[in-house]
Design a protein around this ligand. Structure first.
Ligand code: ZN
Ligand code: ZN
Length: 322
């Protein structure tokens, strides 16, 4: 489970006061323990296992490479288009069944449940690179980083270290809109099942193709474990690399940058300064050469009538309202 589902982790709403108060963030022993456990089981151990097993499994076959690519595309688009553009920023609207499908795809990346991810990311935008940002490369608390050693420490904090323990954004404050959709809460609560699904499906697929248990194991490794680890690093690079390395187009007052060489693996997330500049836009590429696979998916969905009320980066809807 993650912090949102841990019994006793979330703070109680103070109903005694005339105006009900909800804490913006919280920290307690249960939340700290669950965060550390999640970091160990969903980040540290998969990374170690992926490295140790790489020489064992060697070069992937065509089918195994295909399973990796399909798994990367589905889960990364789930995070970018689902968790980020749709649920966090409400950049477009779609059908309830597509919302649930995107949430499931995103949770197979093992970066936290829907509610947890959205709460943390909304907090990130609220406090970007200042005190309260969960994963700024300036550290927690943020400070000037002049030496290479200090910059490397900040990079590691924003890339992975922050997951071990940080003040938790209260979903009862940050995700009130999502709590109004019971089907999404149902999906979010089953986070661990979706992570498992993302590991098992490629194992079954490759086991059937190769008609062997070894084939199933290789499918588990290339389409499941290795894919999970690399997608983790791609998404984390948006926090670490894209808050310091690259160019800026918008004066956002934070450290966000556009980083072209991460555009493909992050399906467009690395146009991060564009995103901080125009947060509600469904499109992160703001020039024709800025490849944004997530934006292309939203555009395709709109062409097939599966997405509407789409916010463009010029602050206008490019699709008619239904
Ligand atoms: Zn965002
Ligand atoms: Zn950012």
């Amino acid at each position: 489970m993650d912090v949102v589902e841990a019994k006793g982790a979330l703070p109680k709403v103070d109903c005694a006061r005339k105006k009900r108060t909800v804490q913006h963030t919280f920290s307690n022993a249960i939340a700290d323990r669950v965060q550390l456990r999640h970091f160990i089981y969903f980040w540290a151990l998969p990374n170690i296992a992926a490295i140790v097993l790489l020489p064992v499994f060697g070069i992937p076959t065509g089918c195994e490479a295909g399973l990796f690519l399909v798994g990367w595309l589905i889960t990364t688009l789930g995070v970018s288009v689902g968790f980020h553009r749709l649920f966090t920023h409400k950049a477009f609207k779609t059908y309830a069944w597509i919302e649930s499908a995107l949430a499931v795809a995103a949770m197979m990346a093992a970066g936290g449940s829907l509610i947890s991810w959205v709460a943390i990311h909304r907090r990130h935008h609220e406090k970007s690179d200042v005190e309260g940002d969960p994963h700024s490369p300036l550290g927690a608390p943020p400070k000037q980083r002049d030496t290479w050693l200090s910059k490397a420490a900040g990079f590691l904090h924003s890339h992975a270290g922050w997951m071990r323990r940080h003040e938790y954004p209260n979903p009862l404050f940050y995700c009130r809109d999502l709590y109004r959709k019971p089907e999404l809460i149902w999906v979010s609560k089953r986070y661990h099942w979706w992570v498992l699904l993302g590991l098992i499906v490629p194992a079954i697929a490759n086991g059937i193709v190769e008609m062997s248990w070894i084939g199933a194991l290789r499918g588990f490794y290339f389409g499941g474990l290795l894919r999970l680890v690399l997608v983790h690093h791609f998404i984390s690079a948006v926090n670490s690399v894209c808050h310091g390395v690259g160019s800026t187009r918008y004066n956002t007052g934070d450290k966000s940058t556009n980083c072209w060489w991460l555009a493909i693996p992050t399906v467009g997330e690395s146009w991060h300064n564009n995103h901080h500049g125009k947060q509600t836009s469904a499109y992160f590429g703001h020039r024709w050469w800025e490849l944004d696979l997530g934006g292309i998916l939203v555009w395709l969905m709109s062409r097939f009538g599966l997405a509407w009320d789409i916010h463009g980066y010029k602050s206008r809807n490019i699709s008619s309202k239904r």
